[in-house]
Write a new protein. Structure first.
Length: 144
């Protein structure tokens, strides 16, 4: 499976997913997360934005440059910004090298968004969004 392919981690037989969020390809856990955030009427989000290593700015353009980091959901409520990362790969929890990459990603995102007064990035483990009910509960508590 190539890194650009989106995986479905759970077989929820009664669930209907499109595989798309805001016209972008999405995994099952990303789509459940989007549906959960959509239910919170005071929050908006942009799905899959990147921090450009050249300018340090937020962009939706994918350039695949070294040092380019992606934010799964950049949530906004009024002037409040909240970057959220969905950790869908088991490697985020099992591979030591991935921990270093994840920590660097968090640091770059937090540093880039500091000038906007953003909250620190939040990592969401895949098991918290394994069903729509779990995703709804998780994001309702996180974004209250």
């Amino acid at each position: 499976m190539s890194p650009s392919e989106k995986r479905n981690l759970y077989d929820n037989d009664d669930e209907v997913l499109s595989g798309v969020v805001q016209d972008k390809k999405a995994s099952d856990i990303e789509e459940r997360s989007a549906k959960a955030i959509d239910k919170l009427l005071d929050w908006e989000y942009t799905f899959l934005v990147r921090i450009s290593p050249l300018s340090g700015r937020i962009t939706e353009t994918f350039r695949n440059l070294p040092g380019e980091f992606e934010i799964d959901f950049l949530c906004q409520r009024g002037a409040e910004l909240f970057p959220i990362l969905i950790d869908g790969e088991v490697s985020h929890f099992l591979a030591q090298w991935q921990k270093v990459v994840d920590e660097e990603r968090e640091a770059v995102i937090n540093d880039s968004l500091k000038k906007y007064g953003a909250l620190p990035v939040k990592r969401v483990p895949f098991w918290e969004v394994s069903t729509q009910e779990k995703a709804d509960r998780y994001f309702r508590e996180l974004l209250q």
